[in-house]
Ligand binder design. Structure first.
Ligand code: SF4
Length: 458
């Protein structure tokens, strides 16, 4: 093909796993239109930004990227996808006149038609309608990870958390049938995948439109598909988290013993202002039944610090909840007002320095908790799906444990994609380091005394 006629694209993705997976589906769709993926913005004829609106900073980053592109490469076609596209609509064309295409997250099915309109010479093409009652699925998804695959099971959200834009940007809940999900899993196994992650804004409110399976039953069915070694799921709204999910984890070894359960605040009064449908006590009861599992389930969470009106006492309740639960990981942020949300109008008088102090305090405390939890892993042997070379040291291999620890170890270059056992020798707050245990024998496991010596020295 004449290089001049070559159609190329690059997608930069912001935000959550749902956005990452949407970009994989958009990339697949673009390939069906004759576009080839390239490795950088510079090489691409059509540049897409898949945007995130969950915090102000993430949304503003897109406008800054668009500004740079306008100055450096005004000839490129530019598309904006995702939550900020949905939220800003035609305002994008005013703030960033180099944008040719704006597509909201409920309109991706219409992408082929919209891209052709841009190709035909239309300067400003937009679709932010939300009248589609299906999840966005394509026949071809260009998966970014070679061993771990995402599957959407539900999109949108019917809740009205006061800080969250998702119900406005992604629309109401739409679940895919469990049969469709299982067919996807079978296709992924045929393609060589052994780990899948079921995705949704709130997977716990999954409703099989054909009424065949509850969410817990779907988890069990996916875990039993021959060839599947690991199943993860996210995100779980605590209000819909039921004991049957823990029972499914107990019954199916392929279900990873890791649950992401965003608490947002440890104070019942803040939770009520946030319009979360649970109290601190109800949340802790859910944690208690997760803790009763014989499989030692790791729990991670999200926390919003300095939600409007948060008092010192309410903040301390968050700290005490974080200490009581002992999260393996926590994503925490200072509250930032988002358009269309109820909390946007709430009075917020707390000085910025105090907000930062609270966030730093919480993050320091969480860091200590993570360090302590990770130290408990020393001496244990964990199963690791090997991803590839470590980003920090190319002589080291890196992978993930079932509970989502990054595990580093030395081993042969042939291991990526395989499951191996690693005995843990050293720990940090987020990562573990260990020794590969050869599948045929345990000869290279260090005796316990040696392990102790190594861990005390680091
Ligand atoms: S449950 Fe609340 S925080 Fe989660 S997506 Fe829905 S509205 Fe947003």
């Amino acid at each position: 093909m004449n290089p001049k006629n070559r159609k190329t694209f690059y997608i930069e993705t912001f935000g959550c796993a749902m956005n990452v997976h949407d970009s994989e589906k958009v990339a697949g769709t673009l390939r069906t239109l004759g576009y080839e993926p390239v490795e950088s913005v510079e090489e691409a004829g059509f540049v897409f930004f898949n945007t995130c609106s969950i915090r102000e900073k993430a949304a503003e980053k897109v406008f800054s990227r668009l500004g740079v592109l306008r100055k450096t490469a005004p000839q490129k076609k530019v598309g904006v996808l995702g939550c900020v596209a949905q939220q800003e609509g035609t305002r994008f064309f005013k703030r960033a006149p180099n944008v040719n295409l704006v597509v909201g997250s409920a309109s991706y099915h219409n992408l082929p038609h919209l891209v052709r309109q841009v190709e035909a010479g239309l300067d400003q093409v937009i679709d932010t309608s939300q009248d589609d009652d299906h999840c966005f699925e394509t026949e071809i998804t260009q998966r970014l990870h070679p061993y771990r695959a995402y599957i959407t099971i539900i999109e949108g959200c019917n809740n009205v958390c006061a800080f969250c834009v998702v119900p406005f940007t992604r629309g109401p809940e739409r679940s895919r049938s469990s049969q469709q999900v299982l067919e996807d899993v079978l296709k992924l196994v045929d393609a060589g995948y052994t780990e899948v992650q079921l995705l949704g804004q709130n997977v716990n409110s999954y409703r099989d439109p054909l009424g065949r399976r509850t969410f817990a039953q779907l988890l069990g069915a996916v875990a039993e598909v021959p060839g599947i070694r690991r199943v993860r799921f996210a995100t779980s709204n605590p209000q819909n988290f039921v004991p049957e999910i823990v029972e499914a984890i107990d019954a199916h070894p392929a279900l990873c013993n890791a649950v992401h359960l965003p608490v947002q605040s440890g104070s019942s009064t803040v939770l009520s202002r946030m319009r979360r449908e649970y109290t601190r006590e109800e949340y802790l009861r859910k944690v208690a039944f997760i803790r009763r599992s014989p499989r030692e389930i790791a729990i991670s969470t999200d926390v919003i610090v300095a939600f409007p009106g948060e008092t010192e006492k309410e903040f301390e309740e968050t700290v005490s909840l974080v200490e009581a639960v002992g999260y393996q990981q926590m994503y925490s942020f200072i509250y930032s007002p988002r358009p269309n949300t109820a909390a946007q109008g709430f009075t917020d008088t707390l000085p910025a320095e105090e907000k930062s102090r609270r966030l730093a305090f919480l993050q320091n405390r969480q860091h200590e908790i993570q360090v302590t939890l990770a130290q408990r892993m020393i001496g244990r042997t964990v199963e690791v799906l090997v991803d590839g070379r470590s980003v920090k040291d190319e002589n080291t291999l890196s992978g993930r444990s079932a509970t989502n620890y990054v595990v580093n170890f030395n081993g042969p270059a042939s291991l990526p994609g395989q499951y191996v056992h690693v005995q843990i020798l050293r720990s940090g707050a987020n990562s573990l380091w260990g020794l590969l245990v050869e599948p045929e024998g345990r000869d290279n496991i260090l005796p316990d005394r040696t392990i102790e010596a190594i861990s005390m020295g680091t």
